[in-house]
Design a protein. Sequence first.
Length: 670
Amino acid sequence: MKKIKSNLRFFLSRVDYSTQLTAVSLVVMLISIFIVGLIHGSWSGYIQSLLVVIAFVLFIYLFLLLGEKAGKYTNNLQYRIDRGTDNSFVEYPLGILLYDNDKQVQWVNPYFVEKTGIDSVYSMNISDISSELASFVDDDEDEDNHGKYKTIQIGNKYYLVQVQTELKVIYFMDITHYSKIERRYEKNRSVIGQVYLDNYAEITQSMSDRDISNLDNYITNELSNWSSREQMFLKRIDDDHFFIVAYTGKVFKMEETGFKILDAIREYTSQQNVPLTLSMGFAYGVDDLNTLNDEAQKNLNLALGRGGDQVVVKEIGKKARFYGGNTDPMEKRTRVRARMISEALQELLKDSDQVIVMGHSHPDMDVVGSSLGIRRIALMNNTPCKVVIDPKTIHTDVSRLLQLINKDPEIKNDIVTPEESMNLRTSNTLIVMVDHSKQSISINPSLFNQANERVVVIDHHRRGEEFPENPMLIYIEPYASSTSELITEMLEYQPKNKKSVEKIEATSLLAGITVDTKSFSLRTGTRTFDAASYLRSVGADEALIQNLLKENIDSFIQRNHLIETITMVGGQMAVCFGENDRSYDPVIVAQAADTLLSLNNVEASFVISKRPDGRVGISARSLGKVNVQVIMEKLGGGGHLTDAATQIADVTVDEAKDQLVDVLSDSSKK
């Protein structure tokens, strides 16, 4: 009876409701047939009842037999499942680690011990096994990254790790073999490189054929030996241009040493009185060689736009990495490019219905002077031009200049605010960016965003990674003293007609050059003095410039107050800073940085202060030994080798100072 009950319970637990109903219906039908047969009373009825009894007995027998076999099968299967689960948890080829709330190891399976070689894990914290693993566990808990995977190295092996924070279990899958294949693949991906001799044409212009041949032999041998050492393919495709095919692993290795080939060639050629520098652009990250070649050319252009003598390495889709750039760019000895740019700009002006020229936010003398210069070039080509200036963000000297400009109705009518400029643009408007190439620091970034195709960039700062996409014309010359110098040269190649340069425009351009060269004491070359001479010849007033640039008493006191906070970092780098609750005019901050360079044993200066817009600004200057551009780029800014700046949002002055000191400390170690 117990057996029948047990099988019945098994039957009811293992089949669905419809099957149960069918079985009950069959039993009821057999019983009904049996009762009908007995009531009938005939032999056929008795035989029918007998057959029903036999069928019912067979049904019960088969039911018991089926239940017994099914029970044995199920019990055996359940035993095997339980046994397999227990064994797999201990012996399955997957590392398992249990930990507690304090990250202490509670239990590991034998496979974990076998693979990692760590025996005494029960007295260890997760951080003792791997600090990277401990960080991943913390991140997983803090950010609820349940089920996320990460590859972590423990010893000389790599594991794909999954953390289940709810159960406090970590699973380790040994992927060392596949990880090595992946790393071998990453090290052997294709890299396309472009090498350019920055000033080859200028240097060889006055050299004899014999000296040129000797220089060519040296450059070719030096680069060939370098490429052989690094297992690269090098091909000279022009007098000053080389093509490279390399592997990513070799390029990464050269990045670790900072591309010493730049220093070797620069130092040797300098000793031979023919100072030659190299620029390189490398690209990797995709398998399309055409795309890599195009990207390598863009990276080379970026290196040249930053002044040359440097290397730009970039994985497609990632941020560029910069190396070198430790020398000031050499002044070119030809005006051919200035004339070509001037002619190209004339063609663009002819195809435009108007020009809108804008500088960076908080415009200085160079922005105003170069903007008025572009306006004059546009008028010389019979194209109307508007200059965007925000009177709420200008310094005292620019304010004085605008007061003089407002006395000229024609110029005054062409000066508009950022808000007014938004309603002026048409589909055929040419946007000219002067004295900057980063869209984010434009005086009206929204206007730029509406004109992605018809953009011209004219700047004397080293080019950064942020740059307009596909501008129609680029004129970036880091060797120039100022953007006003570049535009002055372009003015000389414009059509000579009644719309010649006016006195106030010439004065503004000369004031821009004067301010950026610190009264012709820094970053000046023969071209700078040629430009100044031309401006004087068309009416620039030096006495007026001196009056415009006079410093008021409050600015003088604030500048000296900043200098009083001087702190030396690394022996020769001066850092000054303002208060957290007091803002300073960016011009005053820049003047303080310039003044610090006049002090003994100061090779670089950094002044940190709160800006009127709420951000913290850092103005950086150097005498050439310290590349302040690279330092400022690490903090989100940029500029020149000797003149750079940055603005940092959502930080205090003290926090910005700590960030700067960390960067300076890292730089001094290299």
